[in-house]
Design a protein around this ligand. Structure first.
Ligand SMILES: Cc1ncc(COP(=O)(O)O)c(C=O)c1O
Length: 370
């Protein structure tokens, strides 16, 4: 079976070094929030072109704590999109705020900046763009709208570490950027992990307190806080992995280029659109076709595993029924959910396997006119 992702490739390749790192950290006598975390925070923040990083337990927590740090909570509205991973919305709810969903651009799947202004109310406090699949949303108009209305901006960069927009990195545009180091991610660890990045000293300090029971020094809470710490072991492994991040993204981009060359003009496939002035990290390679379900079945029959990111937009999930969104409210988002398909893509995917995926997709469309 050609998989969508396989971390064991990475582990086998790097096993000796990984075990050395594990041994070094285990022998150091420090397991949580120590020198490895501090070094990785500094390294990742510099990589993103911002002043500070605060390591936390996950991107969900980075988003939640970012909103808390910015003073967003009950009674406040946060404008975001519904074609995202559930955690984007879970984080808004954890902060006690109300997610307000707007529609996305038909070709990039990213928040449509022109939809933001009409959604602003007296309660709106924040815009939360999701840099879905590895491409940064259209930040220039978004930031202009946010500035005009005095709104905070928190970027969900879970899928887009290192992605460029106008030469600047994902997460460096808004007030706070949130990242995931979940194993499948572009920069993935060997367990859960996340980071909030910011240029503000004040928000860095606040985020540090919030992740550690509201404490600056042991056993004294300055404010109400939480437990969302990053392990030394994950930080040490991520410090190692960040060295090859750009090279591993280039491998993703090479596979994506191959898919795009092979699949452009095949049947009714729409290949991913990368806007001028941006790079795409290809966390996923997500195509669109009206024959999605049949194509997926056909590929599965040929031992090729695909994914749908995501089959149900969050506003139509039972768990978020209380938000009272009806089908039809976000027409582009809802249409996309029935037509998108992510083909296998990860840095270790063998070229012959990528070749087989493209060949099989073509074979399918030889029998299905668009
Ligand atoms: C767009 C998006 N936001 C947030 C998250 C949450 O990341 P984590 O699993 O690190 O909490 C994910 C990962 O699933 C994601 O894809």
């Amino acid at each position: 079976m050609i998989k969508n992702w396989n971390y064991l490739d990475d582990y086998q390749h790097d096993r000796r070094l990984i075990l050395e790192i594990v041994d070094r950290v285990f022998s150091s006598g420090r397991l949580i929030l120590g020198p490895e975390v501090a070094a990785f925070e500094a390294k990742f923040a510099a990589y993103c072109g911002v002043a500070h990083g605060v390591g936390v337990n996950s991107c969900t927590d980075a988003l939640f704590l970012a909103l808390k740090a910015l003073g967003i909570g009950p009674g406040d509205e946060v404008i975001t999109t519904a074609n995202t991973a559930v955690p984007t919305v879970a984080a808004v709810r954890a902060a006690g705020a109300l997610p307000v969903f707007v529609d996305v651009e038909e070709d990039t799947f990213l928040i449509d900046p022109s939809q933001i202004e009409p959604a602003i109310t007296a309660r709106t406090k924040c815009v939360l763009p999701v840099h879905l699949f590895g491409q940064v949303a259209d930040m220039e108009p978004l930031l202009r709208t946010a500035a005009r209305h005095g709104l905070k901006v928190v970027e969900d960069c879970a899928q887009a570490a290192g992605a460029l927009y106008g030469g600047k990195k994902a997460g460096s545009f808004g007030d706070i950027g949130a990242f995931s180091f979940y194993p499948t991610k572009v920069l993935g660890g060997y367990g859960d992990g996340g980071m909030a990045i910011t240029n503000s000293d004040a928000w860095r300090d606040k985020l540090r307190r919030l992740r550690f029971y509201g404490m600056k020094t042991d056993y004294y809470a300055e404010e109400e806080g939480y437990n969302s710490r990053l392990d030394e072991i994950q930080a040490a492994l991520l410090l190692h992995k960040i060295e090859s991040l750009d090279a591993s993204v280039r491998k993703r981009q090479d596979i994506a280029r191959h898919y795009t060359e092979e699949l452009t003009g095949v049947g009714d496939i729409a290949v991913p659109v990368v806007r001028n002035g941006r790079t795409h990290q290809f966390y996923t390679y997500t195509i669109r076709t009206k024959h999605r379900d049949d194509l997926m079945r056909f590929l599965r029959d040929h031992e090729i595993e695909c994914r749908i990111n995501y089959p149900t937009p969050v506003h139509l999930m039972r768990g978020y029924g209380f938000l009272n969104y009806k089908a039809g409210r976000l027409p582009v988002t809802e249409r996309l959910a029935g037509e998108i398909l992510s083909l296998p893509l990860y840095p270790g995917l063998a070229p012959e396997d990528a070749g087989k995926v493209a060949r099989c997709a073509k074979l399918f469309f030889a029998d299905h006119s668009s």
